[in-house]
Design a protein around this ligand. Structure first.
Ligand code: URA
Length: 239
């Protein structure tokens, strides 16, 4: 990797700033001053410091966000604010992207990373990663719905879903439920309820695999995953 890229990626300023730092002779590679911004370094093997401060190389970033409504799960959008716009420059320089999509009006757990392999593991339909949602439903949700979801329901386009595990928290004119599904089809939870003639009026994701929403995060707030959370969420680490 180019020396200027390594410094830029690790918080030492813009590409222009770091070029200046390097040309001024403030950067050492393996103890030797290096004045060429284009010189090649191996972040795993070479030790680099700026004015004596070691450069700690971080390749990946893993962020948990409590997604607010009104924001799009995408890296950019012509009209709407995206979840990436909510991150500070410090996180944006890793060029992260959301792992899957929550609808604009859905809240809750969203993992944001630049780790493409982990993203693939979590989104691959073959892996059956469970996701649990809390929802408010217009209409009385009952045991027939629980039974229907357990068998999978047929969506309006003819697709028959995998089983969903429905727990009724409150059954009233507005019911409250939790639903665990292992798929991520477009508008899946909303369409599963439409299949039993009910309407989702509020939707929030609580879990993805072994990762649980940190309820102390306010809507629109985020933090990096802990090492334990990262180990828990990564199916490759479970063997
Ligand atoms: N299912 C939906 O209908 N919407 C979401 O945002 C997530 C799951």
């Amino acid at each position: 990797m180019r020396l200027d890229k390594l410094l830029g990626n690790n918080g030492f300023g813009t590409r222009k700033d770091v070029k200046q730092l390097i040309r001024k002779g403030t950067v050492r590679v393996n103890g030797m001053t290096e004045k060429d911004p284009g010189s090649h370094v191996d972040p795993e093997k070479d030790s680099v410091d700026v004015l004596g401060e070691p450069v700690i190389h971080q390749e990946f970033i893993y962020i948990m966000m409590n997604k607010p409504p009104g924001v799009i799960s995408a890296t950019e959008d012509k009209w709407d604010q995206t979840v990436i716009d909510l991150l500070s420059e410090n996180e944006q320089r890793f060029e992260p992207f959301p792992v899957g999509r929550l609808d604009k009006d859905t809240e809750g757990l969203l993992l944001i990373t630049n780790d493409g392999k982990l993203t693939h593991e979590l989104l691959s339909p073959k892996k059956d990663i469970p996701k649990t949602y809390y929802a408010k439903i217009e209409g009385v949700v009952n045991e027939d719905d629980v039974a229907a979801f357990k068998e999978g329901v047929t969506l309006e386009d003819g697709y028959h879903t995998k089983p969903g595990f429905l727990t009724i928290i409150a059954s009233d004119s507005i019911s409250e439920i939790e639903l665990t599904i292992t798929e991520g089809k477009f508008h899946q939870v909303k369409r599963m309820f439409e299949a039993v003639d009910k309407n989702v009026v509020y939707l929030k994701r609580l879990t993805m695999g072994n990762l649980l929403l940190d309820e102390s995060l306010e809507l629109g707030h985020y933090r990096e995953l802990t090492v334990e959370e990262l180990n828990e969420v990564d199916p490759r680490k479970k063997g």
